[in-house]
Ligand binder design. Structure first.
Ligand SMILES: NC(=O)c1ccc[n+]([C@@H]2O[C@H](COP(=O)([O-])OP(=O)(O)OC[C@H]3O[C@@H](n4cnc5c(N)ncnc54)[C@H](OP(=O)(O)O)[C@@H]3O)[C@@H](O)[C@H]2O)c1
Length: 244
């Protein structure tokens, strides 16, 4: 696809890059010559030339250290993708344990906060713009029974992204919270494995699988770069169109 500028001088961070959407985006961005700093909690095989680290985004200190190590290695960070996320716990609010919800939000909301903070602190230390992409979800925009924590965390992420865009525009930040559509990853397999008792909308996701009606990671990777470097719409909260 040729509708993108040459991005081979860019340095990008991707959290949650060990599998699924993050791994797919890393592969596609790496193929464009973008230099990559990748992390996940587990150890994983990264594309050649990438810097890969084991980082739990729930730890502010670990994310700050990862950002620092990336700058030491590549000199700067141009693009930061907060992609790390979890689905569980799934269940009705009535039945959920608060510790499980706290752990979920420590990743999906606070984890993205840590990445956002590390990136804007870096931006204030150098000249020029930087692009923040926070991976959100349609679940930020409307509720699903059984997804209380997930919807809560993604809605929080959308608002956080709007706030930081207002705060840091003068320091070169361009920030988007992006719902990527449905991608057939381990998270989708977990969704399909839910019983209708805990997730009544599960049939919709079986239907998507039957029709293979997914956005591919390669498509999402490309659309994220178009958003960041070509389209640049004014609204912070964005939703990718289904792949044709
Ligand atoms: N798949 C979809 O249809 C869909 C739709 C809308 C939005 N999303 C969002 O897209 C993102 C990626 O989802 P996915 O479908 O690719 O899920 P996935 O296949 O389960 O991958 C999640 C990634 O996040 C990492 N991760 C989880 N917790 C982490 C933590 N505390 N610290 C660092 N890394 C962590 C995982 O690695 P480790 O387990 O090794 O840490 C893995 O690399 C998520 O934010 C999700 O909410 C997905």
């Amino acid at each position: 696809m040729t509708d993108l500028p040459d991005l081979s001088s860019k340095v990008a961070v991707i959290t949650g890059a060990s599998r699924g959407l993050g791994a797919g985006v890393a592969e596609a961005w790496g193929a464009r010559g973008i230099q990559l700093a990748l992390c996940a909690r587990s150890s994983f095989a990264a594309p050649a030339g990438a810097y890969a680290a084991q980082v739990d985004v729930a730890s502010a200190a670990a994310v700050a250290e990862f950002a620092q190590a990336t700058v030491e290695r590549f000199g700067r960070i141009d693009l930061w993708l907060n992609n790390a996320g979890v689905l569980e716990p799934v269940g009705f609010v009535h039945d959920l344990g608060s510790e499980a919800v706290r752990q979920h939000l420590a990743i999906n909301a606070l984890g993205a906060f840590h990445g956002t903070q590390a990136f804007v602190r870096h931006l204030r230390q150098r000249e020029g713009e930087g692009v923040l992409l926070n991976v959100s979800s349609g679940a930020a925009l409307s509720g699903y029974a059984g997804w209380g924590p997930y919807c809560m965390g993604k809605a929080a992420l959308d608002r956080l992204t709007e706030c930081v865009q207002l705060e840091e525009a003068a320091h070169g930040l361009l920030a988007y919270a992006v719902a990527p559509g449905v991608i057939d990853t381990a998270m989708q397999a977990t969704i399909r494995g839910c019983s209708p008792e805990v997730f009544p909308a599960v049939a919709k996701f079986h239907d998507l699988k039957a029709r293979e009606a997914f956005n591919s990671p390669g498509y999402v990777a490309h659309e994220l770069l178009r958003l960041a470097y070509v389209r640049r719409p004014t609204g912070v909260v964005q939703r990718l169109e289904p792949e044709a």
